[in-house]
Design a protein around this ligand. Sequence first.
Ligand SMILES: Nc1ncnc2c1ncn2[C@@H]1O[C@H](COP(=O)(O)OP(=O)(O)O)[C@@H](O)[C@H]1O
Ligand SMILES: [Mg+2]
Length: 356
Amino acid sequence: MRVAGLISGTSVDGIDVAILDIGEGGMSLAGAGSVAYPADVRGAILAASNADTHTAAIARLNFFLGELFAEALLEVCDRAGTPVRSIDLIGSHGQTIFHEGEPVQFLGRRVASTMQIGEGAIIARRTGVPVISDFRVGDMAAGGRGAPLVPFLDYRLFRSETVSRIALNIGGIANITVIPRGAKPEDVIAFDTGPGNMVMDQLAPPYDADGAKARAGAVHQALLDQLLHDPYYAAQPPKTAGREQYGPDFVARTGIDIATAAELTARTIAMAIRNYEAGEVIVSGGGVHNGYLMERIRALLPGVRVATSAEYGMDIDAKEAVLFAVLAYESWFGRPCNVPSATGARLAVVLGKLSR
Ligand SMILES: Nc1ncnc2c1ncn2[C@@H]1O[C@H](COP(=O)(O)OP(=O)(O)O)[C@@H](O)[C@H]1O
Ligand SMILES: [Mg+2]
């Protein structure tokens, strides 16, 4: 079966597309690519993310992003020479504009909530392909935090009988999946370690190419020490982070600079990894392109082999899009695909909503 996966992550940089041939025997990538958001679109999404906004902005963006997600798939199909009619199913994560995995007190009840937009019905209509979207809400309805969903794929790709591995994805937020050697699905631990590119991106927009500015700057040690004392880093998983913690409020409140932001990112990633026994760390996501960040992570993890997912046959920038193709495939056949040990859900459930 040929399944396309679509996602825009918390960096809000653009839409990642993967076209995957998948069956019970395995999977192979038939095409992948990214389509950047125009600057005004990115601005409109950020203005509606974790912000006081008008319901009209959210409703319009939902439909507008549906169009952009469909166009991104058509463009990557074009580039890959893969006709869209060869695709049987689409899995679309959409764009997160709000995520609160931990319940808060609201109108006298405890409510956890999340919102991903990019209307599935629009994508289905524009492409002629059925779309499964809105994957996170099903996990949250089962008591989970709705994230991370990536352990389902990491387990399939990287589980080994002989080596304990940790998959690290550095998107806007950084997350790890711990897969002990010989693990069963319930042995997998996964959580957000803290910031990925999100804080750095705000200080050197749109991003600090190869970490050059961070490398040239000086780390503000007292501020770094203070930030590392945030109880989030010592808290036991499951736990999730997002633009709520590391958005503009964080940057304004702390007065952090680019060098300190890069060091905070590397240190919190390394601290999380050092809590587990791992022979290999396998890194994916846009942060891999930041040579300085990778250098710092390697330096903070002596004796650990830090490789990229490309060395394991998985495109660095396509892994999360591949995930939503895989989750759509599982959903299509009615199989559960959250990992309860990772999200904290009471049980494994079928995720996603279908637009025909
Ligand atoms: N050449 C580069 N140098 C430094 N950082 C980069 C480079 N290319 C991409 N990035 C980082 O990767 C981010 C996008 O990564 P991505 O995996 O798409 O994150 P998300 O899943 O949150 O959207 C950019 O915002 C930027 O911070
Ligand atoms: Mg992205």
